[in-house]
Design a protein around this ligand. Structure first.
Ligand SMILES: [Fe+2]
Ligand SMILES: [Fe+2]
Length: 139
């Protein structure tokens, strides 16, 4: 599977979220390229750790936005979305740790990128924007 590549169609219409998404996708693609040639160098682990921090900060931004939602459907969304952020971060940390142990995780990184786009950006984040607009909350 080729690395996940940014597409303008992924823009959800919230400037900070879009900026984060683009950087997450681009940086992950750069890490994937670096892993292919170099395995588990300390520099790659540093890049991965920065990426994990970046995702955690991104999830916090979205979770702050979700705190403003109040309708029952939106609260259901918030619970599911937060749970998925946590599960995704754990999965990413496991991949990072496997790379640190010297395992070949190039395929796992590919699927991580695909998941980032499919579950977070496309499924949950577009839904989040719709719910915010539905409750009249300015982006
Ligand atoms: Fe999200
Ligand atoms: Fe997101």
């Amino acid at each position: 599977m080729p690395p996940a590549i940014w597409s303008e169609t992924y823009r959800v219409g919230h400037a900070d979220m879009d900026h984060h998404h683009r950087k997450l996708v681009d940086d992950l693609a750069a890490i994937q390229q670096a892993v292919i040639g170099n395995g588990a160098s300390p520099a790659i682990l540093d890049l991965l750790d920065d990426w994990l921090d970046q995702f955690a900060r991104h999830a916090q931004l979205e979770e702050r936005l979700m705190e403003r939602l109040s309708l029952p459907l939106a609260v259901e969304h918030r619970d599911a979305h937060v749970t998925e952020h946590v599960a995704f971060l754990h999965q990413a940390m496991e991949i990072r740790n496997a790379i640190a142990q010297g395992e070949d995780m190039a395929k796992a990184l590919d699927s991580l990128g695909a998941q980032l786009i499919a579950f977070d950006m496309i499924r949950r984040d577009f839904e989040l924007i719709g719910l915010l607009l539905h409750e009249g909350i300015a982006l």
